[in-house]
Ligand binder design. Sequence first.
Ligand code: PGA
Length: 258
Amino acid sequence: MNPKALLFVANWKMNMPFTAARQFIHTHLSALELLAQKTTAQFIICPSFIALSDLCIQTGTTSVKIGAQDCSAYASGAHTGEIDAQSIAESGCTHTLIGHSERRYSLNESNEIIGTKITRLRENNIIPIVCIGETYTEYTNNTTLNTLQQQLEPIFSHSKHIAKLIIAYEPVWAIGTGTIPDIEYLNKIFSWIERTTTKTLSTTQLIFLYGGSVSEANAASLMRIQHINGFLIGNASLDFQKFQNIVLSSHDTVSTIK
Ligand code: PGA
């Protein structure tokens, strides 16, 4: 993956049933590839577990990569319903989302569990996309950096070197709400994340993404955030036109300012 290229990760959550997921890739794969060529953008599509294998087969050796939305903290064993990182790798996935706020807060996933999942992914050569972000209460109480520090800690404590890592900062209060923080705030947060991460961890490829209500309307201005290389996109990634418009307007911004 070209570290200078913009990266767009589509988090389909549980919004794209198996047949629709297959159909989406079947219909739009060539257009995604053309878009990638035109903009040098890179795409990672994260469907449900059930669709991973099928989408990996469909995308094959194209530039479009497939990622899982989570993995088990266990390598194997008696853990009914869990999905191991080895199976995710064997299905052809290159990336996996870890620590999404919908899992942290609805399923009580701790920072420690997320750290263990990162280890499972690294054992299987899968690139982790680690999601971090503060709640609205933490934001208004001015404790965002404490929260982010705690969420980054398990990444740091597991290893001092991670070859490839993607960190997606998604304020929880911006996810699916249409509300986004102002650019000044985001610049401050990303500068802090960048400083804190690079001071503690050595990497060969480190990518920062912004996520939370990214849309056709705000992508151009959000792309001005310092240090970011792309977006983690939920809702707007379910509609190919919207997704494409986000990529094109981000590309235009980057061509003029970065
Ligand atoms: P959203 O979701 O773009 O719908 O806000 C982003 C995410 O949860 O990753």
